[in-house]
Design a protein around this ligand. Structure first.
Ligand code: PBG
Length: 336
């Protein structure tokens, strides 16, 4: 093609994209391992890791393997992990009693990681779903039709204190009960845990993208039973104003970091939260977001790494200061 013809243009935005070095200079958003929080699943025993079906590359780890993984993540520059216990079904009951057990798996996991990899920040979920037979995040009313708010918060506050005593850096209430952040803050402070942070799942939507996670922690409903419906506590996917109201409440109640979850389908919410608070904003790229990229890549329909990095970059661009993602290790390995 002849290149003698040219338009009289004052602006040629393409000049900024003409080479890799120019693109690097004008990059507005970049990823770094320090952006990531790695969610990890922990199981009892000394056996082998148990792979999670719909999450290629993700396994439930016994404590010794968990510690090894944490060492690797820390060496890669990842500042934090979020731990989730997967309990044997025999330990679960309707009230999630095992959540308040003094020697609970999650507490031993926290102690082991903090002892062996002290530089790594450890986050634990505060909710009852890994401990209840029904898989809900709290205690059910007598009819079994709804989750009780205040009675659940009372248990969660005790749970947070146990986790703080085990040495966790951040507790992350993921239950969406009203008033839980304030109750946790008061309970932590009364126990002397003034430096234990609260990373609040503030705008947590009733999403279908949590499916593979529920499989991983065993809170999924057995086949034949109606799917777990958390719509009386988690947000409706269409409600942006209500999400902002939740954010404001958690901030007033003393949250240190505000989280939006899921991330990819809720980028507008992340942006809105970013513009409505000066607190750090976290976003959780959930199990289903991870699964869909892997599934399409396995079929040869999408490029795994390119989609992984683009999905993370978009979440950061939307306004997230930190991203919980099952891609943390793989993405960090490539960035370092
Ligand atoms: C439960 C909890 C869930 C996730 C994190 N904490 C699932 C749920 O609310 O049912 C989902 C994370 C993911 O899908 O990766 N309190």
């Amino acid at each position: 093609m002849k290149e003698s013809f040219h338009l009289e243009l004052t602006s040629r935005p393409r000049r900024l994209r003409a080479s890799a070095s120019r693109r690097a200079l004008v990059a507005e958003t970049t990823l770094s391992p320090s952006d990531f929080i790695a969610p990890l699943f922990v199981i009892e025993g000394e056996g082998e890791p148990q792979p999670v079906d719909a999450m290629p590359g993700v396994s439930r780890l016994p404590i010794a393997k968990l510690v090894e993984e944490c060492r690797t993540l820390s060496a890669l520059g990842i500042p934090a992990v979020a731990l989730f216990p997967c309990l044997d079904a025999s330990l679960k009951d309707d009230n999630g009693t095992a959540a308040l057990e003094e020697n609970a798996l999650i507490l031993r996991a926290v102690q082991a990681v903090k002892r062996e990899v002290p530089g790594l920040s450890v986050i634990t979920d505060i909710a009852l779903d890994p401990y209840t037979t029904h898989g809900h995040d709290g205690l059910l009313n007598e009819a079994g039709t709804d989750v009780l708010n205040d009675a659940t918060v009372e248990v969660l506050a005790k749970m947070a204190v146990l986790h703080a005593r085990a040495g966790v850096d951040w507790v992350a209430p993921s239950d969406m009960m009203d008033g839980r952040v304030g109750a946790l803050r008061r309970a932590l402070d009364s126990a002397g845990a003034v430096n234990t942070g609260i990373l609040a799942y503030s705008a947590k939507f009733a999403s279908a993208f949590y499916g593979p996670f529920r499989e991983a922690v065993g809170s999924a409903v057995p086949a034949g039973r109606p799917p777990l419906d958390k719509r009386t506590y988690q947000l409706s996917p269409g409600n942006r104003r209500e999400a902002l109201r939740e954010i404001r409440l958690d901030e007033q109640e003393g949250a240190d970091v505000l989280m939006v979850k899921p991330a990819g389908p809720y980028l507008d919410i992340i942006r809105a939260v970013r513009e409505n608070t000066d607190l750090p904003v976290a976003a959780y790229q959930v199990s289903g977001e991870y699964a869909q990229i892997h599934a399409a890549a396995q079929r040869g329909w999408l490029d795994l790494k390119a989609c992984r990095d683009e999905s993370l970059l978009a979440i950061k661009r939307a306004g997230a200061d930190m991203i919980l993602t099952y891609f943390a290790r793989a993405a960090a390995e490539e960035l370092t």
